[in-house]
Design a protein around this ligand. Structure first.
Ligand code: PLP
Length: 420
């Protein structure tokens, strides 16, 4: 039987779960928000507190923090994290060389300078040793990204940042459901950012969630997201809006709409159960790979304290020696065809990202030149990592079995892959 990419029958015959999910209850929640007449936090008072507030409370509880400020994008949550913890233009902010570009472009957006460091071989998250080496007197913050399915070593990073008087921040866009030693991702940094963009494990199409346990940071974040206004929970008397001008910080409009808040409230309610389903499916795949594919593939491993993982992608590594130079992109394409599902290779290292080209950024070109940061481990990850979207982990075992079966088929058809 030929590979599906060459016209053979695909391994997967069934259907993968639809993502995003459209349940009866989310339809009801979104409709209720629409007919309520209040589509925005800044909209007219209608006798009810906005859903934005309720979402903030629920998500703070989920993430083990005191406060959550919902925002329009995960990128905005990152910008708020930087601004509300006092990062200023010209400050250096350490970010991992392997992440979605938004982690570094948020730093650039406020005029601070991203400093790229390499990743850990096992977890693919920021390397603690590399962070220590990159700290200078101009370093103001470190952003740890919990990438794909593993957490960065938050415990050591938090301690190192405290010792150096540096702000520790978490990019949790991919870390729903993850815990370190029983504590949720997002509760370690002075502030943390989640994204609810369409692909993420909690979604409203676009959106983001900023979290912190610090009163002052929360207060500033709320003003930054609301054009300098604070939210007043009392029903307004002479103003029809619940937002009151303070302008202690400048701010922009980064509000999430009430319809998005309704969708997220519904999503947060089912999130713990979906987190658990993804986790057990991933463990099932880990076992299947261990049992018969270990010579060719290895799942990405997490630190032992991160035993409770949160899955954005199920990430697996090729054992490069076993594949005799067949490029990962080709293996990925063949796998996608077998599964009827897009699997991806990992992001390219940020050192050569076109959005971070110094000619496009302001300030002093030399400080901005990110090509000066060597990222050998991130480069190796790019040559060897395959990603399967978390929605596949919501499938039943019959469908899940097609993943190790497809991987086995690729192993058995290496000649065909090599000839392609
Ligand atoms: C998705 C993502 C973001 C950005 O979130 P948006 O909602 O798209 O702005 C930031 N960091 C990481 C790691 C992400 O995966």
């Amino acid at each position: 039987m030929a590979l599906a990419m060459n016209g053979g029958a695909a391994v997967m015959r069934g259907q993968w779960p639809q993502w995003p999910r459209v349940s009866e209850s989310v339809l009801r929640s979104a409709t209720e928000a629409l007919v309520s007449g209040r589509w925005a936090v800044s909209g007219d008072w209608n006798g009810r507190q906005p859903l934005d507030r309720e979402l903030g409370r629920r998500f703070a509880a989920y993430s083990g923090t005191n406060y959550c400020v919902p925002v329009d994008h995960g990128s905005s949550a990152l910008v708020l994290a930087l601004l509300s913890t006092g990062v200023k233009p010209g400050d250096e902010v350490i970010v991992p060389g392997l992440t979605w570009v938004a982690t570094a472009s948020a730093v650039a957006r406020i005029g601070a300078v991203p400093v790229l460091v390499d990743i850990d071989r096992e977890t693919l998250c920021i390397s603690v040793e590399a962070v220590v080496r990159a700290i200078t007197p101009r370093t103001r913050a470190v952003i740890a990204v919990h990438l794909y399915s593993a957490m960065a070593d938050v415990e050591r990073l938090e301690r190192i940042c405290a010792e150096h008087g540096i702000v520790f921040l978490e990019d949790c866009a991919q870390a729903y459901g993850a815990q370190w030693d029983g504590r949720p991702a997002g509760s370690f940094g002075r502030a943390a950012a989640f994204s609810t963009q369409q692909g993420k494990a909690l979604t409203s199409g676009e959106g983001g969630l900023f979290v912190t346990s610090d009163d002052e940071v929360r207060d500033r974040a709320e003003m930054y997201r609301g054009d300098g206004r604070r939210y007043m929970s009392a029903s307004p008397q002479n103003s029809r809006s619940q937002l009151v001008e303070f302008a202690e910080v400048q701010g922009w409009n980064m509000h999430l709409s009430e319809v998005q808040a309704a969708i997220l409230l519904d999503g947060v309610a089912e999130l713990p159960q979906l987190d658990e389903k993804r986790r057990s499916a991933a463990a099932y795949l880990d076992r299947a790979m261990e049992a018969s594919l270990a010579e060719w593939f290895a799942p990405v491993r997490a630190h032992e304290k991160n035993a409770v993982r949160g899955y954005y992608h199920y990430a697996l590594r090729l054992r490069l020696d076993a594949w005799g130079g067949i490029p990962v992109a080709q293996i990925c394409e063949a796998l996608s065809a077998e599964l009827g599902l897009f699997s991806h290779v990992t992001y390219p290292p940020l050192s050569h990202h076109p959005l971070l080209d110094p000619r496009r950024l302001w300030g002093d070109a030399e400080r901005w030149d990110l090509t000066r940061f060597p990222l050998p481990v991130a480069e190796l990850a790019q040559r060897s990592t395959i990603l399967i979207h978390h929605s596949a982990l919501l499938a039943d075992e019959d469908e899940l079995d097609s993943i190790p079966e497809a991987l086995r088929k690729l192993v058995d058809h290496q000649g065909e892959l090599r000839a392609a």
